[in-house]
Design a protein around this ligand. Structure first.
Ligand code: ADP
Length: 391
């Protein structure tokens, strides 16, 4: 019987999961199936699919809370006749603060420390921790590992993390952390194999519903566009990205309360806001002829190009640019706009390779090489879980 590692990515109303099999004697981890429980708290529904897309489960769980939903998932996993035995669970946890710079096996003391970080990520951290707690109750002996979105960025120099705020605020933890670290770590790990070397000065653009970019020097993060929260940096599906803080003050001073401002910045801005409500989805915008849709796409690409210049400055130059995540991997027109606007950096763009979605989309002699590399945060979590537990 092979061991299995369950990877959990829990949000406010959903729990996404992937199951990886591994034989203790081998290093590989193989994805076996994945699924999700969506609509937790309202019309919860549980689905699971095999790798070929074959549905394996579809169950109405209306009214179930996180713990009930989780126990259905565990029950389903345990009763599958697939020769796998659940050995450990790896969780995506958004915030590890300054302290947690690597994944960690969770016990009561660690859970208390992670709870103390809730004020730094109130929208995500409680939901990440709730399945850990539920599982500890349901299956106390099962090892659990927390993998942090922030950890990869703890290699940033202090200067990259400081806001120009009064020092006492910085000392309270109001500083730049950075997110999407599991994605960047996965890409850094793939780079030598994909590019045939490890380019020294690399910028990775993780462009999905949430988007950010990171500067990697010799595979380690030295700067990133997200900061104290996942609201900073690039415009996103519905998030504004970087904004003059004066805009927030203006809105607050002119009748909006903090909740209303937060709703605008997190849920009504970004691609959705700029397109005048057409869509938060890049594929929809690219297929739409309205000038507002075009402007949203153009602003997104423009901001990426601007940040690429800034991150290249942090690296002292640029050797390679990597596109990843839903937009980065699939939206050829966005990649083209960014590369064309960044020719001054030494990018010689290969339009045909880009259309064909080749791995390398720069010309062979381009001083800066450009690549499309699919990310795999779940695999990164599974690897970390195995490594932390010493399998
Ligand atoms: P999340 O941050 O939720 O993980 P993803 O990485 O899945 O997001 O990215 C979702 C984004 O990728 C959406 O804006 C979607 O429109 C975009 N996307 C996916 N496929 C395509 C495509 N073929 N063309 C353009 N955009 C695409």
């Amino acid at each position: 019987m092979s061991n299995a590692i369950l990877v959990i990515n829990a949000g406010s109303s959903s729990i996404k999961f992937s199951l990886f099999a591994h034989e203790p004697s081998k290093r590989e981890l193989n994805l076996v199936y994945r699924g999700a429980i969506t609509g937790i708290g309202t019309h919860a529904h549980f689905t699971a699919k095999a790798l070929d897309g074959e549905p394996l489960a579809s169950q109405d769980l209306s009214g179930a809370d996180h713990e009930q939903a989780f126990s259905v998932l565990l029950d389903w996993l345990e009763h599958r006749d697939d020769g796998l035995s659940l050995a450990a669970v790896g969780h995506r946890v958004v915030h590890g603060g300054v302290k947690f710079n690597t994944p960690v096996r969770v016990d009561d003391a660690i859970l208390t420390e992670l709870d103390a970080l809730v004020p730094l990520a109130p929208l995500h951290q409680p939901h990440n921790l709730s399945p850990i707690r539920a599982l500890a109750k349901l299956k106390g002996a099962l090892p659990q590992v927390a993998c942090f979105d922030t950890a990869f960025h703890t290699t940033q120099p202090d200067i990259a993390c400081l806001f120009a705020l009064p020092r006492n605020l910085s000392e309270q933890g109001i500083r730049r952390y950075g997110f999407h670290g599991l994605s960047y770590e996965y890409i850094a790990q793939c780079l030598p194999e994909v590019t045939g070397e490890l380019p020294s000065r690399v910028v990775v653009a993780h462009l999905g519903n949430g988007s950010s970019m990171a500067a990697l020097k010799d595979g380690r993060s030295v700067a990133t566009t997200m900061g104290f929260t996942a609201l900073d940096g690039l415009p996103m599906g519905t998030r504004s990205g970087s904004l003059d803080a004066g805009v927030v003050l203006h809105l607050l001073n002119n009748g909006m309360d903090a909740k209303a401002v937060s709703n605008i910045l997190y849920h009504q801005s970004g691609l959705l806001g700029v397109s005048g409500g057409i869509s938060n989805d890049m594929a929809d915008l690219l297929a739409n002829d309205a000038p507002e849709a075009k402007e949203a796409v153009d602003l997104f690409a423009y901001r990426i190009s601007r940040e690429l210049g800034s991150l290249s400055a942090a690296l002292g130059g640029l050797d390679a640019l990597i596109f990843t995540a839903g937009i980065g991997e699939n939206a050829a027109p966005v990649r083209e706009k960014v590369c064309r606007q960044s020719e001054w950096l030494g990018i010689q763009f290969d339009a045909q390779a880009n259309q064909q979605r080749a791995s390398r989309i720069s010309l062979p002699d381009s001083p800066v090489s450009v690549w499309v590399i699919p990310t795999n945060e779940e695999m990164m979590i599974a690897q970390h879980t195995r490594n932390v537990l010493g399998y």
